[in-house]
Write a protein that binds this ligand. Sequence first.
Ligand SMILES: *Cc1c(COP(=O)(O)O)cnc(C)c1O
Length: 428
Amino acid sequence: MPQGSEQKEMFKNDLEFARSLDETDPLKIYRKRFLIPQHHQRDAIYFTGNSLGLQPTTTQSYLQTELNDWAKYGVEGHFLATHPWLSYHELLTTKMAKIVGALPEETVMMNQLTVNLHLLMVSFYRPTSSRYKILCEAKAFPSDQYALQSQVKFHGYEPKDALIEVGPREGEYHIRQEDVLAAIEKHKDSLCLIMIGGVNYFTGQVFDMKTITEAGHKAGALVGFDLAHAAGNIKLELHVWNVDFAAWCSYKYLNSGPGSVAGAFVHQQHLLNTQLPLFAGWWGHDKKTRFLMDSTFVPMQTAERWQMSNAPVLSMAACRASLDIFEEVGMDALIAKSKLLTSYLEFVVGEINNEKNNCLQIITPKENRGCQISIVAHGYGKALYNKLIENGVVPDWREPNVIRCATVPLYNSFEDIYLFGQILTSLL
Ligand SMILES: *Cc1c(COP(=O)(O)O)cnc(C)c1O
């Protein structure tokens, strides 16, 4: 397969070439392990795995096992089920930890993403009168903006004053790392927390989380990341980078189904601190004595301390089906294919531009991206998106004219990209 700078010369915008890349793709068998939505009796070109990942063919049987055990055992399934429900969440921990570069004790699957962000901020956003600001990215995902605003207000501060938003410069689309670092430096005496999306949902920009974490700590702040668009997409080393906390959902790149259970990470260095304030529930209580039902909370010394409720087994079953595939493939192989897919997409967009007056502009930084490419279609509007849908392409549209395409290495093919290019060309 072509590598690095040779790619451009070696790629060709034709069907035979795209198929030859698929033929030599070491991950080609995995596409068959996902249910691809159909459009007029053929596979749709599904580029929305960054919004809702596709269903693995095994998900149904993982769920069926739990439904059968529920039917067979009732409440006794907590102990007698094929995978006893009492400790079901533990089945996910090690596999999930590997994907985000965490230790198992630093990782827990629980709740939903925004809920986890709040619960973690209860512990890690502890403002004082002099140090109360949160640094975040401008135009963060709305749910994150609401979460940050409400946390700040909850502690009696004004979002206008307490939230430091770092945005792109005039005329630019992504945020310069130097501007993030400059903002940290500027507010270093009042900065309490840095909370950024590891991968920006709109542009697909990957932030240098290691450097941001170091700079944040140097300024005396704690650092957390929303990894909704990062988990299962890019290489993460949360433990080594010394990130304080992180949260992510499992229904995007992690293919666990709509609204499925989310993930949370708390760095090892915080786990022994039993004085950390938190909102507690029985599932965060020390396992050994949990069922003595004593009134004194004895915190777990793992990330499970933040777990309040018993495990949502049905959504966890769907999550397991997907994590088992990740376990088999490994992030390194996924990322290698992801890079080739995005390079090919970039090449195809370049070919379209040659023909169509450079009307397409890729706003995702080449050196800092996962498998999402965001394309501005200059001079076009929502009608273009509607036409793409009519033609069996499922991209994501953001007003006024941005097409987001996620080429997901587990199930997207080079042929998908070629066909997308043909359809898009015909519509421009
Ligand atoms: C998808 C996404 C969410 C969604 O939050 P839920 O709590 O899962 O509904 C939040 N933040 C970001 C950055 C996202 O990409």
